[in-house]
Ligand binder design. Structure first.
Ligand SMILES: [Mn+2]
Length: 390
């Protein structure tokens, strides 16, 4: 398994696309900075091939949305920075109808439909947690499509800024070629993108806010535009407004938790933010839980931390979900993390995955995870998780 094999597979996928010669395509992408960079890479790369693509941002792979998307015939669909973990479900809904290409770095499940093709580099021996991001995968595919796309290499670096270990493995290779091509210049700890007049780390931070906080008001599309054209004054202003709104909601929730304290079971401390983040993307609850996990005056060091938030029914560019959902976000206080490493406690994602089986979709890692579940299953999730921990 190697990078060479990735390229061979990418070329097979490209041949399939050329055979279908679509004039339009759909790019389904995630809402964080990596998801926005991934969408920007593919939007530009497809435009260069004369394919007019529409972008569609999803916070989560909602089954009813995916079922609807794949019910139509003969479309070309890309999933970027999202989709690999649900390639089995996507296959079932697709039923051989649409050429579907996944470019992602989350843990892959094998697709069951030959028209669903997953180019996740985890399938070629690399690690999605450390070696590459969704945007890296998109960039490498784009470069296989057309060498000209080397000018998009900076977006692989912006998207990969979500990886705490820095640019390693494939990403280190992308850094080298981006510098060599003059697409980025080293600037202190980060890189300058001369074309946009912005630094990699600051573009990353702006995109995190636009996509997550601005999800319900066109933030993702503004972010994709910023990826390709830079941040203008209007976008800068929008980011400031979104940041302020989130800070205010965080302040109110923190105040409430100091007054009311968190609720507790034997192994879990939890709260329900309900509609306190209305209008903002649901990713904000995870960011708040991360912050909360360090507030030692408020939380216990030896219990999983869990926060619920209501999920709005409206999906931008799609319509209204039939079901009502809540999101549960889990964080592991630092003193417990070692016990997870030693296998004495289950990791956050394993716990949520088991506790929401049949009524939720869980994603994430060992110390941080989230699940979207039916709104009436909150107590069942807590009861099941508690039972698993006993
Ligand atoms: Mn990502």
């Amino acid at each position: 398994m190697s990078f060479k094999e990735f390229n061979q597979h990418a070329n097979k996928v490209i041949a399939l696309i050329e055979k279908e010669a679509p004039s339009e395509a759909i790019i389904v992408h995630h809402d964080d900075a990596d998801g926005l960079c991934s969408a920007a890479v593919m939007l530009k790369a497809l435009e260069r091939e004369g394919i007019n693509a529409k972008t569609f941002c999803l916070e989560k792979v909602y089954m009813e949305v995916i079922a609807d998307l794949h019910s139509k015939e003969s479309q070309t669909i890309f999933y970027v920075d999202i989709g690999s973990s649900h390639a089995d479900a996507i296959s079932e809904f697709n039923k051989g109808r649409n050429l579907t290409v996944i470019l992602d770095h989350h843990d892959p499940k094998p697709p069951k439909d030959p028209k669903v093709l997953d180019l996740n580099l985890e399938n070629f021996g690399f690690k999605g947690e450390t070696d590459f991001s969704g945007a890296t995968c998109c960039y490498l595919f784009a470069k296989a499509l057309n060498e000209e796309n080397i000018d998009l290499s900076y977006l692989a670096l912006v998207g990969s800024s979500e990886i705490p270990e820095g640019f390693k493995s494939i990403n280190a290779m992308v850094v080298e070629e981006a510098i060599k091509a003059g697409v980025v210049h080293k600037k202190g700890k980060t890189f300058e993108i001369p074309k946009l007049g912005v630094k990699v780390d600051s573009l990353f931070s702006s995109l995190q806010i636009l996509g997550a906080v601005g999800y319900y008001e066109g933030g993702p599309d503004l972010g994709i535009k910023a990826c390709l054209e830079g941040i203008d004054a209007a976008v800068d202003e929008k980011i400031a407004v979104l940041e302020e709104r989130r800070k205010e909601a965080n302040r109110r929730l923190l105040g409430r938790l100091y007054r009311e304290r968190l609720k507790e079971t034997a192994h879990i401390q939890w709260f329900d933010a309900e509609d306190m983040y209305a209008g903002m993307g649901t990713k904000v609850i995870g960011q708040f839980c991360s912050f909360l996990s360090y507030q030692t005056r408020l939380i216990k060091p030896d219990k999983y931390l869990l926060g619920f938030v209501n999920v709005p029914q409206e999906i931008p560019k799609w319509g209204k979900l039939k079901e009502t959902y809540v999101k549960a976000s889990v964080r592991v206080p630092r003193p417990m993390q070692k016990m997870i490493d030693n296998g004495k406690l289950p990791g956050a994602v394993n716990l949520l995955d088991k506790a929401t089986k049949e009524f939720g979709i869980a994603d994430g890692h060992q110390y941080a995870a989230n699940a979207v579940l039916h709104a009436n299953k909150k107590m069942e999730l807590l009861n099941r998780a508690e039972k698993l921990l006993q």
